[in-house]
Design a protein around this ligand. Sequence first.
Ligand SMILES: [Zn+2]
Ligand SMILES: [Zn+2]
Length: 255
Amino acid sequence: MLLRVVGCHGGETPRHRTTAFVVDDVLAIDAGSLTSGLDLPAQYRLRACLIGHAHLDHIRDLATISDNRCQKGCPPLVVAATRGTLRALKKYFFNGVLWPDFTQIPSAASPTIQLLELKRGVPTTVAGFEVTAIPVTHTIESSGFLIARGRAALGFTGDTGPTDRFWEVMAAEPRLRGLLAEVSFPNRLQRLATDSGHHTPRSLGADLRKSPSPGALPTLLYHMKPAYLAEIERECARLRLPNLSTLRLDEELVL
Ligand SMILES: [Zn+2]
Ligand SMILES: [Zn+2]
């Protein structure tokens, strides 16, 4: 699997972008920076986008990518998420007020955006990948994903604080090649992290140690708040877990 880091931060500046990844050119994970970080041909190549939860930093560029793909006459972009997340997208985002309803444009039969419901814990084929949504612990309905193709699989935590089911599924997955894990705040802001359903390096370290072999797989960190990036990196280094690294924009990794 080729993983492209489009956005890996928990905030935006001209040098930081909100969450979005692309696997093998066709499957996006979250849409925080799909248009601010991808040129038009790369936007057109996408076949589907998984959405872990409906917070704006993970869905915002669905607005602009819909517009770009509609102009080009691209086939529908499948947007796959759990029921509560799809409901929020329909009610608050593609509602014809905040943004045109691209689930009905240019026509209901062949729209720009095609919503696909993922049932938690049930593997579903999305753009040629086997995708399983796993509930995680955030302030609203939020899912991590297990994404598998052939003999390789990738885990994505989504926005979450300490959680159990996700790590159980990862521990039981023999195809797992790497983990995308969120970490948002430095340890001194643990209260804020807890209240907002996010990790600090300390709480993430505790979750990673739920694995039978912590540090055995590449663990790629994202969702760092730009203001605390250096502090979070120092604290992650002190966890002394091998294979732990904070991601950089536009990195490409083979897993
Ligand atoms: Zn969130
Ligand atoms: Zn977020």
